[in-house]
Design a binder for this molecule. Structure first.
Ligand SMILES: N=c1c2ncn([C@@H]3O[C@H](COP(=O)(O)OP(=O)(O)OP(=O)(O)O)[C@@H](O)[C@H]3O)c2ncn1[C@@H]1O[C@H](COP(=O)(O)O)[C@@H](O)[C@H]1O
Length: 106
């Protein structure tokens, strides 16, 4: 069990975006423009999908971490806060009414 959250990682990504590219992978990726970060995200997503098909739990866990990190870098580059993505997910959940059902069960 961990208390580390996507919000924590998003904060780190935002901080590191301002670091010199020579000192930070995040800053280096962002300095190369949106296409580079998007390409990395796509590659990591494909690797995660392959690990899922191969039922390789260990690799899927590692690749999923890569996907989440690179997604946050792409969002940072596009100036979209993680909270906007969460709000969109919340809107969809509210539409389906599943959040209330889950809350009633717990
Ligand atoms: N979660 C990550 C994370 N996951 C993956 N990576 C990097 O992503 C890169 C992906 O590896 P690849 O082999 O696919 O790419 P590469 O061949 O090294 O480089 P490319 O030319 O293909 O981009 C590696 O260099 C990893 O270190 C990450 N780099 C940083 N973080 C987080 O970001 C924080 C800040 O890191 P810096 O920006 O480096 O300070 C870290 O403390 C971590 O929390």
């Amino acid at each position: 069990m961990t208390t580390f959250t996507l919000d924590d990682l998003a904060r780190i990504v935002a901080q590191r975006a301002a670091a010199p590219a020579s000192e930070s992978y995040t800053a280096k990726l962002l300095s190369e423009g949106p296409a580079k970060a998007a390409k990395k995200l796509g590659e990591e997503a494909v690797e995660a999908a392959l690990a899922a098909v191969q039922r390789d739990r260990q690799n899927l866990t590692a690749e999923a971490a890569d996907v989440l990190y690179h997604l946050l870098v792409v969002l940072q580059g596009a100036d979209i806060p993680l909270s906007d993505v969460m709000a969109e997910l919340e809107r969809r959940t509210a539409q389906s009414g599943l959040a209330e059902k889950a809350a009633r069960k717990s």
